[in-house]
Design a protein around this ligand. Structure first.
Ligand code: GLC
Length: 734
């Protein structure tokens, strides 16, 4: 009897609840299409609620609509890991105790892997960490082109070639976004130096813009489906990029049909009228420098806050302009925080550490290895010297907004001690550089001569020396808000390397950096390795490569010139770099990186795409499936690759295209395909790669069209831009 009574009560409760509860509004119904949810939410919002969504409410968040249950949008740096929590209204750390992350290698290292699969794994891992930290936008990847080796932020980007940057940023973005977190490709566009970054006006040709500086962003939008993009601080053709009509309205939202959100860089907005009308959607960090300076204005004083509301109420700006912004923001919200079945993410786990380690191991570039000096087997030496501050200095902190608070970071010294036995390793710092502080160089306290002399003594008494130097994340090194002031290795390292060589020829130089440097000692040093900022797994990856448990396969994503003036950006006058503090002219035009070195026949120290292995590879002659192609065809090239050594390894093969008799200037050759081939010792594979004829086009700035000029083209297979193996001529019909 009681059971029946209970059942009847339950039945009554359920039916009365159903009778009361109204239909779920469309915008809250995950089963509804996003666009329907967008329109429904928009229709319910007031003018003030819409305007609020278009600007910050705190250092790293923008308004939601509390009344409707639409969440705030939380953003976080950066491209290499999820930054620690920042205070609501300062640049200071919130000092949480649960936000120490996994540090992934810098994006130059990812680029050096030439491995899109790894780029995807990287994006998945960092996206899971951003999701777990409840972030809706991850402020990365950075894809600005490496135009000058002095740019303080090159370490955050993917090198000098737009095709390489595009092929690696697309899978990274897809990986991030599969966790329901928006990637935010940056800095759009032409932020290729830090000097005067807040206002320098960049002038360049349409060809250079479309052929060099836009392709990675275009791929991020059209292939990566990126949900947000960050405007850059600088100006382009007289307008700030954060509200630049040509870049944002005409190219990004017009030609590329971008349906996501344009966010300013922090402090990148400067004008309400332009911010309203020129394609900006969310204004962040106004009246600050994006790193340390604090605003004296409230968030309601932002350009897209009260001043914008005033223009809307007066009718000077139509509400349709506001609605377009809010539609984009709502669309991103329904793709992230309000998506159905949003993943939960995860934070600092073995999978993420493995991803970080794989990128680090595959990104390290072996530049020189005379007489197979490397690898050095564990147990071979009992007296090993490790010298250099970069063997122990944390490289996950500093560098600007990409700075990280990490759960762990294995230093190069620790990694080498683990492999060779701590008892067999003696460390000397050799030089010291002081703490990493934004915008300032702090003199180190230690006695440099004493460090120098101790290091030489340690080297003299050792059987082998690992010098771990390079740059660091200090101001005027690899750091935001400043450029390097010299192309040389800083902190007296060249002298120290020379002195070490005098007492011990068995010297391996390991450069930890995100930029090229001069190497006056190169001829005397038997082995040189370019090790990037490798993240939490630095020491494990580096020691793995040095000891031979990992066969290096990284290749340079940018050219190492002999000297600074070998670079196109530095082959002209100051107006080319850094500009006259107001304007800057990219005088090398489309000839950036190897495009300059090859076309102008300037011999580099190490070419783009260069990297050695502990094994050797033999390339077969390249062939194409046809002789003559139409503009809509795909060229199928093929060649064999053999691992002719005794160690399993991987080789990033490259295909370059050239058009010897073009009617316009074209670079000597351009990268149009690459693939990382893994081969066991003695194994041969046939490599098949497709190149769309349309990818052989140049940007015709007279017709504003990509144009494939009929005629002969040459396709080459190569181990680097400086090591072409063979070529095949094809013809494109009119
Ligand atoms: C910084 C950087 C940008 C970063 C943003 C937030 O100034 O330029 O890359 O994401 O501000 O820290």
């Amino acid at each position: 009897m009681i059971k029946i009574r209970k059942l009847l009560i339950l039945l009554w409760a359920v039916t009365s609840l159903q009778a009361q509860s109204p239909m779920k509004p469309i915008y809250l119904d995950n089963s509804q299409p996003v666009e329907k949810r967008v329109e429904d939410a928009l229709s319910r919002m007031t003018l003030e609620e819409k305007v609020a969504m278009c600007h910050a409410q705190s250092k790293f968040s923008s308004h939601g609509v509390p009344r409707l249950g639409i969440p705030e949008i939380w953003m976080s740096d950066g491209p290499h890991g999820v930054r620690e929590e920042i205070e609501w209204d300062s640049w200071g750390a919130a000092k949480w105790t649960n936000d120490s992350c996994t540090a992934f290698p810098a994006l130059t290292c990812l680029a050096a892997t030439f491995n899109p699969d790894l780029a995807h794994a990287y994006g998945v891992a960092i996206g899971e960490e951003a999701r777990y930290r409840r972030k809706d936008i991850l402020l990365g990847p950075g894809v600005n082109i490496y135009r000058t080796p002095l740019n303080g932020r090159n370490f955050e980007y993917m090198g000098e070639d737009p095709y390489l940057a595009a092929r690696l940023s697309v899978p990274y973005i897809k990986g991030v976004q599969q966790s329901g977190v928006a990637a935010c490709v940056k800095h759009f566009a032409l932020n290729n130096q830090e000097m005067w970054r807040g206002h320098i006006n960049v002038e360049l040709s349409d060809r250079a813009l479309y052929e060099i500086y836009l392709p990675a962003f275009k791929a991020a939008v059209e292939e990566g489906g990126v949900w947000s993009i960050m405007g850059s601080y600088n100006k382009f053709r007289g307008q700030h990029c954060c509200h630049n009509d040509l870049l944002l309205n005409k190219i990004l939202k017009g030609e590329w049909n971008f349906d996501g959100v344009v966010v300013t860089d922090w402090g990148g907005a400067h004008n309400t009228q332009e911010a309203a009308l020129n394609g900006l959607d969310i204004e962040m960090g106004s009246y600050t420098n994006g790193l340390s300076s604090m605003s004296v204005f409230t968030y309601e004083d932002y350009y897209l806050a009260k001043p914008f509301l005033k223009l809307l109420k007066s009718g000077e700006v139509p509400v349709s302009v506001l609605d377009d912004k809010v539609r984009r923001i709502l669309r991103m919200t329904f793709r992230t925080s309000m998506m159905g079945e949003r993943p939960y993410g995860s934070f600092v786990n073995e999978t993420h550490s493995l991803a970080a380690r794989r990128v680090a191991e595959e990104g390290i570039v072996l530049l020189k290895n005379d007489k197979q000096f490397l690898p050095v087997q564990a147990g071979k030496y009992k007296k090993i010297a490790v010298i250099g501050e970069n063997a122990t200095r944390s490289m996950t902190e500093g560098g600007g907004s990409s700075t990280l608070k990490v759960k762990y970071e294995v230093s190069p010294l620790e990694g080498l001690q683990q492999v060779y036995g701590a008892a067999n390793v003696v460390y000397s710092k050799g030089y010291s550089t002081g703490p990493s502080v934004y915008g300032r160089v702090i003199a180190p306290k230690e006695n440099q001569q004493k460090l120098f002399d101790e290091a030489v003594k340690t080297a003299r008494e050792a059987e082998i020396v690992f010098f771990v130097g390079g740059l660091n994340k200090n101001h005027e090194q690899d750091c935001e808000a400043g450029d390097r002031t010299s192309y040389n290795l800083p902190f007296g390292q060249d002298d120290l390397i020379r002195e070490i060589l005098k007492v011990n020829k068995n010297l391996v130089v390991v450069l930890v950096s995100g930029n090229a440097v001069a190497m006056p000692w190169l001829k005397e040093v038997p082995a040189v390795m370019q090790a990037w900022y490798l993240g939490s797994e630095s020491g494990n990856a580096l020691a793995g490569v040095i000891s031979g448990t990992v066969n290096p396969s990284g290749k340079l994503p940018f050219t190492f010139g002999q000297k600074l003036t070998d670079y196109g950006a530095h082959a002209f006058d100051k107006l080319s770099y850094p500009g006259d503090s107001i304007n800057q002219y990219y005088k090398e035009d489309i000839l950036v990186g190897y495009r300059w070195f090859d076309t102008k026949k300037v011999k580099p120290l190490f070419p783009f795409g260069y990297g050695l292995s502990y094994t050797t590879f033999e390339y077969g002659k390249i062939s194409a499936d046809k002789k003559v192609y139409a503009a809509t065809d795909v060229v199928k090239v093929s060649f064999t690759l053999k691992n002719t050594g005794t160690m399993d390894g991987a080789e990033a093969v490259q295909i370059y295209a050239s058009q010897p008799k073009a009617s316009v200037i074209r670079p000597a050759k351009e990268l149009k395909a690459f693939k990382k081939i893994f081969l066991k010792a003695g194994e041969t594979q046939t490599v098949n790669l497709d190149i769309k004829v349309s990818d052989l086009a140049y940007f015709n700035d007279k017709t504003h069209q990509w144009t494939v000029e009929p005629g002969d083209f040459v396709l080459s297979n190569a181990a680097s831009a400086g090591d072409v193996k063979s070529a095949v001529k094809i013809q494109v019909m009119p």
